[in-house]
Design a protein around this ligand. Sequence first.
Ligand code: ADP
Length: 400
Amino acid sequence: MKILVLNAGSSTQKSCLYDITGDIPFSPPAPLWEGKVDWSHHQGVAEIQVETATGEKFTEKIATDSQSQVMARLLNTISEGSTKVINQSEIDVVGHRVVHGGKNYRESVVITPEVKNAIANLATLAPAHNPVNLAGIEAVEELLGVTQVAVFDTAFHRNMPDAAAIYPGPYNWVEQDIIRYGFHGISHQYCAERAAEILGKDLQSLRLINCHLGNGCSLAAIKNGCSIDTTMGFTPLDGLMMGSRSGSVDPGILIYLLQQKDCTVEQLYNVLNKASGLNGISGISSDMRQIKAAISQGNERAQLALDIYIHRLRSYIGAMLASLGGLDALVFTAGVGENSPEIRQAACQPFEFLGVKIDSSKNISKPIDKDIATTDSAVRVLVIHTQEDWQIARECYKFV
Ligand code: ADP
């Protein structure tokens, strides 16, 4: 079975093509073909990069804003030229990462006109993502005409109990769908299933806290295979301190700033999304590696940024722990979670009194999909390489 996965962000789109024979394995095979489109370097110019499993490469810059034109060019490279791997007609299904599925989509679905309408209507909640997801769906519809599946980043959290999902504002917020949706659901679901596999346990029997620490950061408390609490909320701005996003702040600060004559809503949006977090506090970068490099040169604001990051991470792990009422495994994933032993150590340290113990030599051994807890730890501590594209492919497999 040939599964094409499209993962569109606000200025990039990553795609990969998997070829699966027989039952779908848990671990991803190497993709036959991988493509990336990047619009972020020059406005109105799409940079296409393609690489195949055999190492053939292709790059091209196209001056256009038309996503369908770029998609057509990208998909052509699957079946034409030096990067040809198959004929386009061999593609069985296309899976899309769709950021917002609103409150009704609790799992992945085959895309129908009704689903497309829902994705379009949810654009007000995810303006940077849902419209590009929809454009990708429509381009594939025109070019390939195969079954398409929407895999929502919010779906994994949609069975959260009301007490965790509803904000304590006025009740009419609920009626206006202003609730905690949670994000990173594709990653949280993949890591939960992978954690169960690594531990040799049934996911239904496990209580997990997943720490997805990338540029965006969120935690999920997972019980019986479902997310029962999470730190991102109505938008991906809530919760943990992130690379350039603030995470939770006193809403009174926002009212105070808006009351200042020189602060517009747009400025506030930019401050909270781009000029906050590690970037805002350090004044250096949103990239954890650069924060660490600055700390090693004695930069005090970089140190403060890291201290706040860790303080917030520990506080929210505590909050997730309370929602779960116990813990079998703590999982670290994404750029920081997978690559920073210091942050894993610092996150676990306050929970030593509960018997959480990291084996420091395992922690620094660049673990991937490994348990780094000591044998006598009361809680397993796992480092898992998140595989969102593969999770999307796994979801597609269920439908074909
Ligand atoms: P995204 O959320 O965009 O998918 P990633 O999961 O790639 O992001 O994570 C990006 C973050 O991971 C950056 O802050 C980067 O500095 C951090 N990171 C990557 N490698 C390391 C490392 N070796 N040590 C610490 N942080 C790292």
